[in-house]
Design a protein around this ligand. Structure first.
Ligand code: NAD
Length: 311
């Protein structure tokens, strides 16, 4: 896929690091960093571009308040919105961020009707739904970042627990991005060795619990915002998979149309990402317990959509 322009909407913590990651990996000719705050995207964009001679990348970084500068972008990463503060759940962001994501999606539809949209704003699964409905784009071109982050957190905790290389750890976290996420211990392995052979059930359960609360753990430390290094890296990885047509299988929030017995709901599932965006959804075998957890997670996403529609 020949990509000329990727726009990151929202030049806050996640957006700025995502733009820098995209530029450093030269995933496009130009990265546009767009925000409503005057001066912030321009300043951050220029600063990033000034790092190009040192880092050695040729991707131009442009900061702007105008969608005209983002016209015809191949990919949009939507990070616009407010982030959590201590004591807040992702759902507390619902009303504010739904309004923001709706307005951003209208602009995307207007200036780049063929674009791929990667949603990051929270509550993730519902914001992806807002973007899908507002743009009217097919599900292949609207999906959300959450599963890669949740899985990365799980993998990072497993690596610490076993004191082994992060590179050897495979894992899969499905479901909604929130307390109802579903880390699949049966699919976690270290160099092909099932995790269940390496750790006692109580330890695995503890790591799963830490993964579920991984976002809140960071919010608890930062106090004034939520995580951004790992989230930005995850969104950048999704861009890379699409741009390079890597056909990677990564857990992403996808709009289910019958997969896993569910319909018309965004949920984290294993997705193949490559040219054109979402190429395929993989359905993996689940235990009864995992199925029940996934259903519960979908119910939570649905009820949040209903709460939004009732506002
Ligand atoms: P942040 O507050 O640092 O940045 C958000 C930026 O969005 C701000 O610069 C703000 O000015 C901008 N913005 C607000 N309205 C806008 C609009 N209409 N158009 C363009 N820009 C607009 O927040 P952050 O830490 O970067 O987080 C961004 C979002 O991503 C939050 O909703 C957060 O909850 C979410 N998030 C999701 C995940 C995930 O796994 N999906 C992980 C981390 C953060």
């Amino acid at each position: 896929m020949s990509v000329n322009r990727i726009t990151v909407v929202g030049a806050g913590h996640v957006g700025e690091h995502c733009a820098q990651g995209i530029a450093a990996k030269e995933l496009a000719g130009e990265v546009v960093l767009l925000d409503v705050l005057e001066g912030i995207p321009e300043g951050k964009g220029l600063d990033q571009w000034e790092s190009a001679p040192i880092e050695g990348f040729d991707t131009r970084v442009v900061g702007t308040n105008s969608y005209d500068d983002a016209a015809g972008s191949d990919i949009f990463v939507v990070t616009a919105g407010i982030a959590r503060k201590p004591g807040m759940s992702r759902d507390d962001l619902l009303k504010t961020n739904a309004g923001i994501v709706e307005s951003v999606s209208k602009e995307i539809k207007r200036i780049a009707p063929d674009a791929i949209v990667i949603v990051v704003s929270n509550p993730l699964d519902v914001m992806a739904y807002v973007a899908l409905k507002t743009t009217g784009f097919p599900r292949e071109r609207v999906f959300g970042m959450a599963g890669i982050l949740d899985t990365a957190r799980y993998r990072s905790f497993i690596a610490l627990e076993l004191d082994v290389s992060i590179k050897d750890i495979q894992a899969l976290v499905l479901g909604g991005h929130g307390d109802t996420m579903v880390p699949l211990s049966s699919y976690a392995s270290v160099s092909g060795i099932p995790l269940t052979q390496l750790l006692a059930k109580e330890r695995i359960d503890a790591l799963v619990e830490r993964t579920r609360k991984g976002g809140a753990e960071i919010v608890g430390y930062l106090k004034s915002g939520s995580a951004y290094y790992a989230p930005a890296a995850a969104a950048t990885q999704m861009c890379e998979a699409v741009v390079k047509n890597q056909r990677r299988i990564l857990p992403c929030a996808a709009y289910l149309q019958g997969e896993y017995g569910m319909k018309d709901v965004f949920l984290g599932v294993p997705c193949q990402l490559g040219e054109g965006g979402l190429q395929k959804i993989f359905e993996v075998d689940l235990s009864d317990e995992e199925k029940a957890a996934l259903t519960k997670s979908a119910e939570h996403v649905r009820s949040t959509i209903q709460a939004l529609e009732a506002l």
